[in-house]
Design a protein around this ligand. Structure first.
Ligand code: SAH
Ligand code: SF4
Ligand code: F3S
Length: 451
């Protein structure tokens, strides 16, 4: 890993504001950009009106997500929050997806970068300030970014670590392989170095990120490929680590050695996110998801055998082209059979350039709407059942900060990824404590401090 501060030129000072949309990988990228811009002499501000550079880390996964960034720029302009002197740097997945087109779409954007070129942002700002001509730079080798970024700064008790970039699965509906590029795994030593850095700064929880973590195959010190299960064992052995999470797991690559690791390593949290997308084998095939509803159920059974209390969450897409009532009924059946906790569901959104965009058998809007309500009602009901099952139990929770609704309360996260609020002193922030669950609210649990 290169030492950024000594190897990079000193840049002009200024202020920056960052807005982030999309998945946890964007949150990670935004945090690393904060480190980079700070090391380059920029100071972060929390109001776009005070910023010389406004950085937008965007998501293109659904049309609605993509629209958000352009609506946000228009709204800031309308409110006088940004003006013609503000340097707007649009990065993330929309940057990579639309590249040059963005400048034509929105003349106020000065710089376009992508998930792979975030590390070059300070140089792009310099180039723009010198020439006042738009800068578009979206292509780079996937792993260059990680080598060029400074060591991560303080992130609090829980830290994200991207272990791989991109995705090569090409699920037919998904734009991610075109925005983040082909899958590449970071070397084991780089990941361990980053984990140790966070632990040394007081983190107790590490959360590994990738679009398909189960296909991780980074090289070890001897240049040998390392499996995701082996990586889990190595990270679990790091001193000071209290909890380990990972997202996202594609069911097709969820091998038995990872199941075994979950059984062996208590430090792995009781919550595993395994997006199934649909319960119909026909739709799964059209989506190019290479598993069946049956193999998914078998995976869940194996996981519950090694970890009976594990909470399984998922993502669902409804209204994929050609989805019939029967296909949708199979999704509901799978949800009932697995009893998912805290899942996400989306109406299928056509993404330009993806194979599914060419499929003709579109599901009408009203039917998609009807199906999503049905699915969400069922998912909510199951989640509520889980919430009630925690009443009276004792949970170890990691305190993340103050509750947003009531600043006299603390907000913490349980192993099963439940938010628990309880009365306690500020000194507990960043610590692991034991609480008794005393109440259930819409999406959070109420607790009482025991230790
Ligand atoms: N790599 C992860 C998913 C990343 S995208 C995986 O394979 O599980 C997060 C979620 O967005 C997906 O799981 C899917 O449910 C949803 N999604 C992706 N593309 C979509 C689209 N075109 N329309 C609607 N939802 C989509
Ligand atoms: Fe998209 Fe599929 Fe890759 Fe997930 S695994 S990012 S859904 S292509
Ligand atoms: Fe969105 Fe890109 Fe993540 S499209 S979901 S920000 S990988």
């Amino acid at each position: 890993m290169t030492n950024f501060i000594s190897s990079q030129p000193k840049l002009q000072t200024g202020t920056f504001f960052i807005a982030v949309w999309g998945c946890q990988m964007n949150v990670y990228d935004a945090d690393r950009l904060r480190d980079l811009l700070s090391a380059s002499g920029y100071a972060e501000v929390f109001d776009p009106a005070q910023a010389k550079v406004v950085v937008l880390i965007t998501c293109a996964v659904r049309a609605k997500a993509e629209d958000k960034v352009f609506n946000q720029i228009a709204s800031w302009q309308h409110q006088g929050q940004i003006n013609e002197d503000t340097v707007i740097a649009l990065g993330g997945c929309v940057g990579a997806e639309l590249a040059e087109q963005i400048i034509a779409l929105d003349k106020s954007v000065s710089i376009v970068f992508g998930p792979r070129t975030a590390h070059r942002l300070p140089q792009m700002i310099d180039r723009f300030c010198a020439s006042h001509l738009p800068v578009v730079d979206v292509t780079a080798d996937a792993l260059q970014k990680f080598d060029a970024l400074p060591d991560p700064g303080l992130r609090g008790p829980s830290a994200f670590i991207t272990i791989m970039e991109g995705c090569s699965n090409k699920c037919t509906y998904c734009i991610v392989p075109y925005t983040r590029g082909a899958e590449e795994s970071r070397p084991v030593q780089d990941i361990l170095h980053e984990c140790l850095n966070h632990l040394a700064q007081g983190a107790l929880e590490l959360h590994l990120l990738g679009q398909n973590v189960n296909s991780y195959c980074g090289l070890d010190e001897n240049g040998e490929k390392t499996s995701f299960a082996s990586l889990l064992y190595e990270i679990a052995a790091l001193p000071g680590l209290k909890r380990l999470r990972f997202t996202t797991s594609n069911p097709m690559d969820f091998t038995d050695d990872v199941v075994r690791a979950i059984g062996d390593l208590e430090v792995i949290a009781d919550s595993i996110h395994i997006p199934v997308q649909s319960g119909s084998d026909r739709i799964l095939q059209l989506m190019h998801r290479r598993y069946t509803a049956q193999s998914y159920l078998e995976l869940v059974t194996k996981l519950r055998k090694v970890r009976p209390q594990v909470s399984i969450s998922s993502d669902f897409i409804v209204g994929f082209p050609g989805e019939t009532e029967e296909d949708f009924a199979q999704t509901l059946q799978l949800v009932e059979a697995v009893k998912f906790d805290q899942s996400f569901s989306f109406i299928y959104s056509e993404r330009p350039g993806t194979p599914a965009a060419k499929m003709t058998d579109k599901v009408p809007k009203e039917i998609k709407q009807e199906r999503i309500y049905k699915l969400q009602d069922l998912l909510e009901e199951l989640s509520a059942q889980y919430s009630h099952s925690y009443l009276g139990t004792t949970q170890e929770v990691l305190v993340e900060g103050f509750s947003r609704k009531d600043c006299t309360e603390l907000k913490a996260r349980s192993s099963a990824n439940r938010i628990v609020v309880f009365k306690g002193s500020e000194k507990l922030i960043g610590k692991m404590v034991t609480v008794k669950i005393t109440g259930v609210m819409a999406h959070t649990l109420k607790g009482e401090l025991l230790s």
